[in-house]
Design a protein around this ligand. Structure first.
Ligand code: ZN
Ligand code: ZN
Length: 261
C-alpha cells in the first residue's frame, strides 16, 4: 500500500493566522501544515480519509488521480467541510455516487451539510453525490487487503480509528488521529504495527487530543516499528522537535510525506 500524508496540521492549520507563531520557522516547508488527512492506495483502490478545508489544494499538490472510497473519521469541520470537492472524482466515476463510510455522528453531519448530495447520481455533471454507509468492523478490498475499524474517544464524539493491512506485503498501518486516548480494544488491534500515525497535538495536555508525551507513551505500548505524530499545532517546530522525538523513536509527519508499505 501507499500512504500519502495530505495534511498533518491541527484544526486551524499551521501557521496559525493572526498570530506571531513564536519559535516556528516559516522558512521550513514542513512547518506549513494543512488540515489532517491521508490518502491510501490499497489493492489499487484509492481510499481518501477525511476532507477538510484544504482538500482541493491537497489533491492538486499530491496529484491524486481518483477517490474510490471515502472514510470520514468524525464530523468535525476540519475533516468534513472539503467533501464538496469530491465532485471531480464523482465525474471521473461516470457520475456514480462516492461511497462514504463513517460513524452515526459523522454520517449525521454529512446529511446536515450536504443534503443536495444524497443521491445515487449527481443532479448534473460537475456536482457531487454520496452514498452513505456505516463503517463496517472490517472493510475488504479486491485482493484481500483490509481496513479494520475501532472507536477512539475524542471529547464529546468518537473517532474512527483505522488499521490498514496489506495482504500482499503483510504490512500493518495504523491511523489514530483525533483522539485523547487509545482504549484497550484499539490498542489490541494496533499492536506491532509497521507504522503508526498518532494524534500528538502539542506539548501541553488537551481535553480532546493526545499531547506529545501521551503519543510517545501510546507508541511505546503499541510497539510500533515506526511512529509519526500528526494533527500538530504551531507549537511544534519541525527541526526543534525532530531530535527530541527521535529519542523515543517518534517522528513528526509533514504534508506531502509518502510511505510505501
Ligand atoms: Zn481534527
Ligand atoms: Zn476532531
Amino acid at each position: 500500500m501507499e500512504i500519502i500524508f495530505m495534511g498533518t496540521g491541527t484544526s486551524q492549520g499551521v501557521p496559525l493566522i493572526a498570530h506571531p507563531n513564536p519559535g516556528l520557522d516559516l522558512g521550513n516547508p514542513k512547518n506549513w501544515r494543512t488540515r489532517a488527512s491521508i490518502h491510501v492506495v490499497i489493492d489499487e483502490s484509492h481510499v481518501q480519509v477525511d476532507a477538510g478545508p484544504d482538500f482541493r489544494q491537497q489533491c492538486w499538490q499530491n496529484n491524486i488521480p481518483a477517490v474510490d472510497t471515502f472514510i470520514l473519521t468524525h464530523g468535525h469541520a476540519d475533516h468534513v467541510v472539503g467533501m464538496d470537492d469530491l465532485r471531480r472524482y464523482c465525474d471521473l466515476r461516470a457520475g456514480s455516487a462516492i461511497p462514504v463510510y463513517s460513524t452515526e455522528e459523522g454520517l449525521g453531519r454529512v446529511r446536515q451539510i450536504y443534503p443536495y448530495a444524497l443521491h445515487d447520481r449527481p443532479i448534473s455533471s460537475g456536482y457531487v453525490a454520496f452514498s452513505l454507509h456505516d463503517m463496517p468492523a472490517v472493510m475488504t478490498f479486491a485482493k484481500g487487503s483490509e481496513i479494520r475499524t475501532t472507536l477512539l474517544p475524542h471529547g464529546r464524539v468518537e473517532t474512527l480509528g483505522l488499521v490498514f493491512w496489506d495482504k500482499h506485503s503483510g504490512k500493518k498501518f495504523v491511523y489514530y488521529s483525533d483522539c485523547n486516548d487509545v482504549p484497550k480494544e484499539a490498542m489490541a488491534l494496533a499492536m506491532d504495527a509497521d507504522v503508526a500515525v498518532l494524534d500528538g497535538l502539542r506539548p501541553q495536555p488537551h481535553p480532546t487530543h493526545m499531547s506529545v508525551e501521551k503519543a510517545i507513551e501510546i507508541s511505546r505500548q503499541m510497539r510500533a516499528r515506526e511512529t509519526f505524530i500528526t494533527h500538530t499545532t504551531w507549537q511544534l517546530d519541525y527541526d526543534t522537535w525532530t531530535p527530541i522525538l527521535a529519542k523515543d523513536n517518534v517522528k513528526m509527519a509533514y504534508d506531502g510525506l509518502r510511505l510505501v508499505l
